[in-house]
Design a binder for this molecule. Structure first.
Ligand SMILES: [Zn+2]
Ligand SMILES: [Zn+2]
Length: 328
């Protein structure tokens, strides 16, 4: 099979011909239709996440079809349309798994980081960590749901059911999905972009944002929650300033630059700051059902597999509206 491989962090991916992997035990072999490109892939390549398997096939927003079953597979069948997310495995017995926090599992494996991922024609995945996808997502438009959508959704649930006015900081792949879900549930969305990024502000307004503007500007109303997708720590005190009493700042990214110190006054009146790590399968099942019901439509820019380095550069520049997806 063809695959794009990270041999050394910090260097461009290399196109390789590799044997098709064989599924064992509870694994299935999946023929990949498309794989999203996520900012986390850049954090891995830049060694900001520094425990990758090497060599590594990155990619954790995989849409594909099951083509072969391991000997102990019980649920999936050949021909099933599946999505494969970042959480590739959780042990089920550590203290976090036992208290429904498998996203924090001590023995977790992560797709495209500690297991090979989707920048390839085929991959193997544990059946219990694949999601059956509705047929409308059996194409590249489904890929961004698997991380941008899922982590966005988990961040959104952390904002709490009472949040009515929600700020999204960084209007990229995650935000353009989440705004559709939030509007469907009657929320008001305030979109913050890099200063002067008029195109993204227009994109947010087109998708139904109540307000869109530079991240340094005070929004037109105090917010009940602020969800930060941009990996920029200085947005945390800024978002706290934008919050109403009792509101929360949810940091949705896996890596962020340092957060500058700020006066306690910004946190006072029960404002909160929290991070979101990974996902649980419950998040995935809830979100995929909800996405199909809305129905969420993703905006994608497609690159062929062998152009993965160019696709990563497009994510880094932030010049692409919506999500970047590799097609096989
Ligand atoms: Zn991701
Ligand atoms: Zn565990």
């Amino acid at each position: 099979m063809r695959a794009m491989v990270m041999e050394v962090p910090g260097q461009p991916l290399k196109e390789k011909k590799l044997p098709i992997p064989a599924p064992t035990g509870k694994q299935v072999l999946v023929k990949i239709i498309a794989c999203g490109v996520c900012r986390t892939d850049l954090h891995i390549m830049d060694s900001e996440l520094n425990q990758p398997k090497l060599p590594l096939i990155p990619g954790h927003e995989i849409v594909g079809t099951v083509v072969q079953l391991g000997s102990n597979v019980e649920k999936l069948k050949v021909g099933d349309l599946v999505g494969i997310p970042w959480l590739g495995f959780a042990c089920g017995y550590c203290k976090y798994c036992r208290r429904e926090q498998e996203n924090l599992c001590e023995n977790a494996l992560f797709t495209g980081y500690t297991m090979d991922g989707g920048y390839a024609e085929y991959t193997v995945a544990f059946e219990d960590f694949c999601f059956i996808l509705p047929s409308i997502y059996g194409n590249p438009s489904g890929a961004p749901l698997l991380c941008a959508g899922l982590i966005g959704y988990r961040s959104y649930t952390m904002a709490g059911p009472n949040a009515e006015k929600i700020g999204l900081y960084g209007f990229g792949a995650a935000a353009h999905i989440l705004i559709q879900v939030a509007l469907h549930q009657g929320k008001e969305i305030y979109a913050f972009t890099r200063d002067g990024d008029i195109d993204s502000q227009k994109f947010a307004k087109k998708l139904g944002a109540t307000w869109a503007g530079d991240s340094t500007i005070t929004p037109s109303a105090p917010l009940d929650a602020a969800i930060i997708f941009a990996p920029v720590g200085s947005l945390v005190p800024k978002a706290l300033k934008d919050l109403d009493k009792g509101g929360s700042v949810v940091c949705g990214g896996i890596h962020m630059s340092d957060i500058p110190s700020f006066p306690y006054q910004l946190l006072w009146e029960e404002r909160m700051v929290r991070s979101v790590a990974n996902l649980t399968r419950k998040d995935g099942l809830e979100f995929i059902a909800l996405a199909a019901q809305v129905p969420v439509k993703t905006e994608t820019t497609l690159f062929p597999l062998e152009k993965a380095n160019e696709a990563l550069a497009a994510v880094r520049d932030g010049q692409v509206q919506g999500a970047v997806v590799l097609v096989m």
